[in-house]
Write a protein that binds this ligand. Structure first.
Ligand code: HEC
Length: 307
């Protein structure tokens, strides 16, 4: 029954996914390796050549598996609460397309044998994407890591109630805890200095729930999401399709041709929440992109549907 109900939106989109180029992206378990930790002197040899070299530039398509392997049961200093039997990484096949004024993002992945933990009691799995259009400094070089700080709840110096945020919303040298004035934050928001996020909340066999919002001084969901999502699970393989209007109004990034966007992905599997997810390095997306220019090429209807 669920299968029949979920077929309709795919047809309505009319995208022939078989014809859309696929990007294989490995998401890995990051333990408590926050932005702050990576940039603590002596902690991460990558910091010396960043941002001239990006995270993907050094690690992309090579290190994700090994990083997951070492971090999923790393020493206490990096992972104080390992989950026994947790797979170290998840491979996703990601496809993007645009059709009828909508951007579609399709994920297909097998999370493997996931130990269930009593963290998220409502949803078994969550798939999340962040999106930037150049409005956030360094998003192009660092993706999701820009939002990952050690004072975020469940991280090393966890402050209850602190969600993902951008460093630029904090007063420099305040130790990370003094948030800029509402006027300054409003200016940043108006200038587009925020990240957008999309999330699919999934329980296999039930319709997925869509959530979207922004990350500036905190993560904030829109009351009514512009993003739509469908999800099916067949033989352990999850297929999740996000769609949203290229122009979804204020507080959303406008998706236009000839512009490169940055995206990053996360998967929470096995009823996990907060930091206990798999993450990707930053990836690029472009409408009607060409091979070599962007990772995700989002062809339009003619390429996507074979018309
Ligand atoms: C110039 C190359 C380079 C760049 C750029 C780089 N890294 Fe690294 N990274 C390394 C090397 C080498 C290691 C392993 C040794 C170490 O930690 O110094 C590493 C280790 C890591 C680890 C494991 C850390 C640990 O303590 O186990 C993570 C996670 C990581 N990098 C994420 C990132 C992210 C996120 C970025 C972008 C903000 C980034 N790296 C940029 C080279 C780089």
């Amino acid at each position: 029954m669920a299968g029949a109900a979920l077929l309709a939106p795919e047809r309505a989109g009319a995208v022939d996914w078989a014809k859309v180029p696929e990007k294989s992206i490995t998401l890995f378990y990051p333990a408590q390796i926050s932005w702050d930790r990576l940039f603590t002197p002596g902690r991460h040899s990558g910091q010396r050549r960043y941002p001239e070299k990006t995270c993907v530039g050094c690690h992309g398509d090579i290190d994700e598996g090994p990083l997951g392997d070492s971090l999923v049961d790393a020493e206490k200093d990096k992972e104080p609460a390992p989950i026994a039997g947790k797979p170290p990484f998840v491979k996703a096949k990601v496809k993007t397309a645009h059709e009828n004024g909508q951007l579609l993002v399709r994920h297909e992945f097998d999370p493997g044998k996931q130990p269930k933990v009593p963290m998220d009691k409502e949803f078994e799995t969550k798939v999340t994407m962040i999106l930037d259009d150049g409005g956030v400094k360094e998003a192009k070089q660092a993706g999701c890591w820009l939002t990952c700080h050690s004072d975020v709840e469940s991280m090393r110096w966890s402050v209850p109630g602190t969600t993902k945020y951008l460093s630029d919303t904090r007063i420099p040298k305040s130790g990370g805890d003094v948030i800029k004035s509402p006027e300054e934050l409003a200016k940043m928001r108006a200038a587009g200095n925020f990240l957008e996020y999309w999330q699919a909340r999934i329980n296999p066999g039930k319709p997925a729930v869509a959530v979207d919002g922004t990350i500036l001084e905190k993560r904030a969901a829109h009351e009514k999401p512009a993003v739509k999502v469908t999800s099916t699970v067949t033989k352990g393989v999850y297929t999740v399709i996000f769609s949203r209007a290229l122009d979804a109004g204020p507080d959303y990034k406008k998706i236009v041709p000839d512009k490169k966007y940055t995206v990053g992905f996360a998967i929470h599997a096995g009823n996990t929440s907060q930091r206990f997810h798999y993450v990707s390095f930053e990836r690029s997306l472009m409408l009607d992109g060409i091979e070599g220019v962007a990772d995700l090429l989002a062809p339009g209807s003619s390429a996507g549907t074979g018309r």
